[in-house]
Design a protein around this ligand. Structure first.
Ligand code: ADP
Length: 434
């Protein structure tokens, strides 16, 4: 570039010198110089006009106007810049086309909205899954089309850690799982996945478990009844039958407990099951549960103390609450040695109501904690059969808490003990109780 400039400058100086010499020869240096500058100015203005015409031409000719010298370089430079710009635009366009083509090929619906929820773009799957119409719905607010109040709440609250599940407005048979991701200035990328198949399988699994449990109840009741009668008349039977009958009764009891837990879980999972919220005073409820725990076969005279405010209440379904807290207290009894302590502590604060069951028992290795609330999850199979648990207790606790918008926190150290804390949200804390 510097070399080009030096060439242009030297050409200009040479032309000026030539004009000077011509001027000297004709004896009119000033006139010849003035004429030269005038001609140069006219030529420069002409080039500037050509540049202007080229740049403002509606359908720009692909080639720049022919010129030479400084102006020739200027035309070529601008042309090069233009070409580079066009190339990068073409690249961007083809990238955009590829993104659109690939998202159109997706089975999941993909929607882009601005901060207010106006729909900027969506793929073909959104048309079929959600019933959007490209011409009509462009720029519409998404929650005016997906008119489920739960979706509007989810969209507005911006708490997108968990997806939301709802039926499609286009076809109520289509069950959707919707994830939202925030980007840019509060813009949203919304992905809706068709989970109808999964929901159907899940429903079949629940129905199967619930039906099998129901069907098994009647024969088991008959067997248990006969075993009980036999047990009541053990002294009339030969001694060799005593042990088998006792074992059979014990196992029948376990099976009955298992079936009862399975049916309870099925009921808790069924969103259509009506939940009757009422104010439960925690102290009397927990005192009753302590009395039940002390009646358990596994009870080994451990100290069970209750600490908390006598007036604290909780808005919850009474049988569900009782079942969850009983499971936690009975577990503490089962997994704490005779000399151990069990404490049931409850309190309320701005976050809500909290109930903790602490024990100084055998504790749990932290690797098991994330899976403890899974059905039939066993920390130790051998220990499990010894304590005779169904493996469903903590799954029941989790579902009861989910039904009450609460959560379960588990802290434990092997050999030191465990703490299970039930957290209930603030709206479950009746204002008059503290
Ligand atoms: P189970 O009927 O076997 O007690 P749960 O679902 O209630 O089933 O508990 C799952 C597992 O969690 C238990 O098998 C046990 O290993 C462990 N667990 C639960 N509570 C305690 C506790 N308080 N102390 C130690 N381990 C516990």
């Amino acid at each position: 570039m510097n070399r080009d400039w030096a060439t242009h400058l030297s050409k200009l100086l040479a032309a000026t010198a030539l004009l000077g010499v011509v001027g000297l020869l004709v004896g009119k240096v000033a006139w010849v110089m003035l004429m030269g500058v005038g001609l140069y100015l006219i030529w420069t203005l002409r080039q500037a006009r050509r540049l202007h015409q080229w740049l403002t031409h509606e359908q720009k000719p692909s080639q720049p106007p022919e010129s030479y010298g400084l102006w020739g370089d200027l035309f070529d430079g601008i042309h090069r810049l233009q070409k580079r710009h066009e190339e990068s635009q073409d690249r961007l366009k083809s990238l955009l086309n590829r993104v659109q083509e690939s998202t159109n090929a997706l089975n999941d619906a993909v929607i882009l909205t601005n901060a207010e929820g106006a729909m900027d773009w969506w793929n073909d799957a959104a048309n079929s899954l959600l019933g959007f119409k490209r011409q009509v719905d462009q720029g519409q607010i998404i929650y005016n089309l997906l008119r489920d109040p739960a979706f509007k709440r989810y969209f507005v609250n911006k708490a997108y850690q968990e997806p939301i599940e709802l039926a499609s407005p286009a076809n109520l048979q289509i069950q959707l799982r919707i994830h939202i991701t925030l980007f840019g200035h509060d813009e949203r990328l919304i992905i809706a996945e068709d989970i109808s198949q999964l929901t159907h399988l899940e429903r079949m699994r629940k129905d199967f478990v619930s039906n099998v449990s129901h069907e098994m109840r009647t024969p088991l009741t008959v067997i248990s009844g006969y075993l009980e009668t036999l047990g009541d008349h053990l002294d009339t039977l030969p001694a060799k039958w005593h042990r088998p009958i006792r074992t059979m009764r014990h196992q029948a009891d376990r099976m009955e407990q298992l079936l009862a837990d399975l049916l309870l879980l099925a009921k808790l999972e069924n969103t259509r099951t009506r939940k009757r919220d009422q104010i439960n005073l925690l102290q009397p409820l927990l005192e009753e549960i302590r009395a039940d725990a002390m009646e358990m076969d596994a009870y080994r005279e451990q100290a069970i103390c209750l600490t908390g405010n006598a007036t604290t209440g909780l808005l919850a379904d009474a049988p569900q609450l009782r079942s969850a807290l009983s499971n936690l207290v009975f577990n503490a009894v089962k997994y704490t040695p005779a000399e151990g302590d069990i404490e049931i502590h409850w309190w309320s604060n701005a976050q809500g109501v909290h109930i903790a069951v602490r024990d100084t028992g055998i504790g749990i290795d932290p690797v098991h904690i994330p899976r403890l609330t899974e059905r039939f999850y066993r920390v130790d199979g051998g220990r499990h059969s010894e304590t005779g648990g169904s493996g469903l207790g903590l799954a029941i606790v989790k579902h009861v808490l989910l039904n009450h918008q609460g959560s379960l926190e588990i802290r434990s150290q092997p050999g030191l003990g465990s703490e299970f804390i039930c957290h209930f949200p603030a709206h479950r804390h009746p204002p008059e109780s503290s």
